[in-house]
Design a protein around this ligand. Structure first.
Ligand code: RAM
Length: 586
């Protein structure tokens, strides 16, 4: 996706003028001067191109990009390493009531692994007792006979029980098969200590013997070097917080900790990169827990430094092996959410310097809204959807016109708030009237007074996403917002969220609308639902009615420790009064 900048057009115009002049010279055809003219033409062309090309290829943030990347490098967090030992040997059994039909049943202490010939055990699944990210190492020793052949072992790592028993092949998923965590290791000499090179994210590991040697052997040591950049200890919750919310908070903290690597990763198992949408939610959760603001700063600078030449942010970037963007991937609302993330960072830290340095990035992203907003105050959804990836949720068939209008207003507002915090509101003088116009347009064209619901101009689909983003954009009054959110529950066909990502915004919309009890109920039932199904960390996608839902066509490739899912801890810690035992009902 490419949004042309005025400098691109200036470059093009210059090239056209050059070509035009050359054409005139060519047509002069004055024989005596032909050679001279030819020479002149070549010189002119060279000088012209030298002048025009840098302008044509101009990098919008050329002057500052290097400094941003330097700042990102300087704020790279240190990974804290800790050694973890296996807790138990388990067996994975079928259970219709369990998540995805499988549960782990404890069999024995992990010590049994070291005392028994591997061949004498049927199906080894080791449980480390918690979700971990890092590197597994193991030692092998021969029992009795002389080792006379290599050993071939297969390790299958799973974040959830089903992952270690579901056959991966033939692979039907939409993302690379290589994300699935099965590793075959050939050990040439025994005894030996082997480190599996790949970084894995898991709680359970199944170990299988692929080629049987003629001598008995045992695993004499199994050890895991866990990594995370989370080093602080979040403050405890109020003692009066009910057990369910304490548990949800602790699962949220584990999720966030595991995703805190050298960037805020979206998932330590799959993707392992920094996405703007995930960053926004993670950094807000971090502000209320680990408070490692340098990690947010690092990510904000990295994204800015890796923005495209036209100044628009890539949706995702990597910091390894060297910082680079996911080239060509632009996601409309993620670019817009950068400003909200910077604003929250500023509020949490008071770091005016960073906010001012990165302010031009926020301002530049607003070009996206300005490009598509019509004179009527409505976003041109059709064209935006042709030119951009517009996301909001992984729900199939979700119609995104209304959410687009909502997030555009939200982004303008957030950017304006930020501009005021850093004394730059004069640079966004056009924003308050534009927001007013866009809200009025939404009320006029997208609101159905008879049903109390927001729907699209051409598609009348009723969705949670539409109501949520209208509310977060401040379009309906509080009473109207309450009616819209209540009406949703009476419509069977209303399109529901399938990710914790959209559910996060649902909870925020409920709180903004004064529906605190409902917000508490949603956290208790949605994230609490994952907890009751055994989640150690919160999942990337979760539909209470469909355990096998996968945005990628194969549920084992889903991420079961996912950044954007950690945010109940943000709500529980930011609004503790909503979650107390003695809360008086509203
Ligand atoms: C997926 C990841 C990531 C999300 C994008 C939109 O690839 O789950 O978290 O931000 O989609």
């Amino acid at each position: 996706m490419y949004v042309y900048t005025t400098t691109d057009f200036a470059g093009l115009v210059k090239l056209y003028i050059l070509a035009f002049l050359l054409e005139i010279i060519e047509n002069m055809k004055i024989n005596n001067f032909l050679i001279g003219i030819r020479l002149f033409k070549i010189c002119f062309l060279m000088v012209g191109l030298a002048c025009a090309c840098p302008i044509y290829a101009q990098d919008f943030f050329q002057q500052v990009r290097e400094g941003w990347l330097k700042e990102a490098a300087q704020t790279t967090p240190v990974l804290i390493k800790s050694i973890k030992k296996p807790l138990k040997l388990v067996t994975i059994v079928k259970d219709k009531a369990a998540f995805q039909g499988y549960k782990a049943v404890p069999m024995s202490d992990a010590k049994k692994l070291y005392d028994t010939a591997f061949q004498a055990m049927s199906g080894v699944v080791v449980d480390f007792g918690e979700h971990l990210t890092g590197h597994l190492s193991f030692c092998l020793r021969a029992l009795k006979q002389t080792p006379d052949a290599p050993l071939r072992l297969k390790f299958t790592f799973g974040e959830v029980p089903s992952e270690v028993v579901t056959p991966f092949d033939p692979y039907t998923g939409g993302l690379s098969r290589a994300w699935l965590q099965d590793e075959v290791v050939t050990v040439m000499e025994v005894p030996d200590t082997i480190v599996i090179p790949r970084r894995v994210a898991f709680r359970y590991v199944k170990i299988e013997l692929l080629a049987k040697p003629g001598f008995p052997f045992a695993i004499s040591k199994l050890s895991f070097e866990a990594v995370s950049s989370a080093s602080a200890t979040p403050s405890p919750l109020l003692a009066t917080t009910p057990a369910l919310f304490k548990k949800i908070d602790s699962v949220g903290l584990a999720t966030l900790k595991e995703c805190m690597q050298t960037v805020f990763e979206d998932g330590p198992k799959r993707d392992q990169r920094l996405w703007i949408g995930d960053l926004y939610l993670q950094s807000m959760a971090n502000n209320y827990s680990y408070k490692q603001y340098n990690l947010s700063k690092h990510c904000l600078y990295l994204l800015a430094g890796l923005s495209s030449d036209n100044g628009i942010l890539h949706a995702a970037v990597f910091d390894r092996p060297v910082p680079h963007p996911q080239a060509g991937q632009f996601l409309l609302e993620y670019a817009l959410l950068y400003g909200a993330a910077l604003k929250e960072y500023l509020i949490a830290t008071g770091d005016q310097h960073t906010a001012k340095e990165l302010w031009p990035v926020v301002k530049k992203q607003l070009d996206i809204v300005n490009r598509y907003v019509g004179n009527d105050g409505l976003m041109d959804f059709e064209n935006a959807a042709k030119e951009w990836w517009i996301f909001f949720d992984w729900k199939d068939g979700l119609y995104k016109e209304v959410p687009l209008q909502g997030i555009s207003i939200f982004a303008l507002n957030e950017a304006y708030d930020l501009s005021r915090l850093i004394g730059k509101e004069h640079e966004l003088a056009y924003v308050p009237p534009l927001v007013k116009k866009m809200r009025a347009a939404a009320r006029k064209w997208l609101y159905n007074q008879h049903t109390d619901l927001f729907v699209g101009l051409h598609n009348k689909q009723v969705s949670y996403a539409s109501q949520i983003w209208m509310i977060l954009a401040g379009v309906p009054s509080q009473k109207q917002a309450q009616r819209a959110l209540a009406a949703l529950e009476t419509i069977d066909s209303a399109v529901t969220p399938v990710t914790p990502y959209l559910n996060h915004y649902y909870v925020q919309a409920l709180i903004n609308s004064g529906m605190q009890d409902k917000a508490r109920e949603v956290i208790g039932s949605y994230w609490g639902g994952m907890v009751s199904k055994g989640a150690d960390t919160f999942w990337e996608a979760y539909d209470p009615k469909d355990d096998y839902l996968s945005p990628y066509g194969f549920f084992p490739v889903n991420s079961y420790c996912h950044a954007w899912s950690c945010t109940p801890l943000f709500f529980i810690r930011k609004y503790p009064e909503i979650f107390q035992l003695q809360r008086t009902s509203k």
